[in-house]
Design a protein around this ligand. Structure first.
Ligand code: 6PG
Length: 253
């Protein structure tokens, strides 16, 4: 696990954008495509907006990029809470990516079980998976909630320990709503996994997640332990303020 401390949320987004471009070009050069699972919430917005900017947009062959989501709220795709809508408005509507390679979670469905089956089918087809196999995303982007959740793996939920399914839908009591989420075996297969964590509101939980005892039911972000991939925590100074050892600041120009 690598921990990179950035000065603030802007430099975090910039570092993440540099890494996204590097990983995309590396994957496309070696396999012809770049598969990425987008994080939702608010932190990644700056990254997505930066990737859509002149400085970064032209550095990625978007026609070779394939986008999935790590989780989704059970709302229509045009709803203000939709993770798809946030990424579409910030980035996907501004780059020459093919709609066929934008794989939105159909979380607005009444029948959430059917929605998870459908998304699992999409993943199996796109990764050409045999039964029992898990997809290996080139990049998994994750955030961390101030309660230690990641994707829609919330404290105390069975989804934290799901080992068979690729996607699960579950009722999150804390939010009084259903959520769809990729499962830990999928997330942990990622070749590169980036947590993007910003803001002093995350500091207390981040200290527990990174330097406290292993309690994934309490802090689900701890369940992210890739088998062979790289796990990098990209954290801004406010979020890192309680960490014991703060590695030297990594700032790109
Ligand atoms: C979601 C996200 C979720 C998010 C964290 C952090 O759908 O809400 O996928 O896991 O990453 O809640 O959210 P912020 O970036 O808004 O703090």
């Amino acid at each position: 696990m690598d921990i990179h401390i950035c000065q603030d949320s802007d430099s975090l987004a910039r570092q993440a954008a540099f890494e996204f471009v590097r990983l995309a070009n590396q994957a496309i050069a070696s396999s012809g495509r770049f598969t990425v699972a987008f994080a939702g919430g608010s932190t990644p917005r700056k990254l997505y907006e930066l990737l859509a900017s002149e400085a970064f947009r032209t550095q990625v062959i978007w026609s070779n990029v394939e986008v999935f989501w790590g989780d989704e709220r059970c709302v229509p795709p045009d709803h203000p809470d939709s993770n798809y809508r946030m990424a579409y408005e910030a980035l996907l509507s501004k780059v020459p990516i093919s709609p066929e390679t934008i794989h939105r979670m159909p979380a607005e469905r009444e029948d959430v079980a059917r929605a998870t089956d459908e998304y699992e089918r999409t993943i199996r087809e796109r990764f050409d998976l045999a039964a029992g196999e898990f997809p290996q995303f080139d990049l998994v982007l994750l955030g961390m909630g101030d309660d230690g959740h990641t994707a829609s793996l919330f404290p105390g939920t069975a989804a934290i320990h799901e080992q068979r399914r690729l996607v699960v839908a579950h009722y999150v009591d804390k939010l009084k709503t259903n959520r769809l989420t990729l499962t830990p075996p999928v997330l942990n297969q990622g070749r590169t996994i980036y947590f993007l964590v910003s803001g002093e509101g995350k500091a207390t939980t981040l200290k527990e997640v990174l330097q406290g005892p292993y309690e994934p039911d309490r802090y689900p972000s701890q369940i992210i332990r890739p088998e062979s991939g790289r796990l990098i925590w990209l954290i801004d100074r406010p979020a890192s303020q309680l960490l014991d050892v703060v590695p030297p600041e990594e700032n790109r120009s």
